[in-house]
Design a protein. Structure first.
Length: 116
């Protein structure tokens, strides 16, 4: 192998390395990465929407049940209020000091002093 051939191979290898580095820099540009991510997300979202619509058309009763359950869960407090059974919220519960005030003859200072 001659020196000239070795120099040609080295020059070709440097050229390939330079092209590879340029390609990587172009691909790893933040704008390009962001654009690719947005395109991928749009593609995936569109595919998920199409699959969801196809599933809803194939099983409309399942969609109705799912929507009913979701609405019922979101409106559970109002629904319970309609039936007169509203759960007490944490801030609506009486503290021991408030309970002590409600007992005739027991003034709350003792309960508050003892940190009941």
């Amino acid at each position: 192998m001659s020196v000239a051939l070795a120099e040609q191979r080295a020059a070709a290898a440097r050229q390939r390395l330079s092209q590879t580095a340029s390609t990587l820099q172009a691909r790893l540009n933040p704008k390009v990465v962001a654009r690719d991510a947005v395109e991928n997300l749009q593609e995936t979202g569109g595919r998920a929407l199409r699959n969801g619509v196809a599933t809803a058309r194939a099983n409309p009763e399942a969609l109705v049940w799912a929507a009913t359950l979701a609405i019922g869960w979101l409106a559970r407090g109002r629904i319970a209020g309609l039936f007169g059974r509203r759960r007490k919220r944490k801030h609506d519960r009486e503290t021991p000091a408030q309970l002590a005030r409600s007992i005739p003859g027991d003034w709350p200072e003792a309960a508050e002093r003892n940190n009941i």
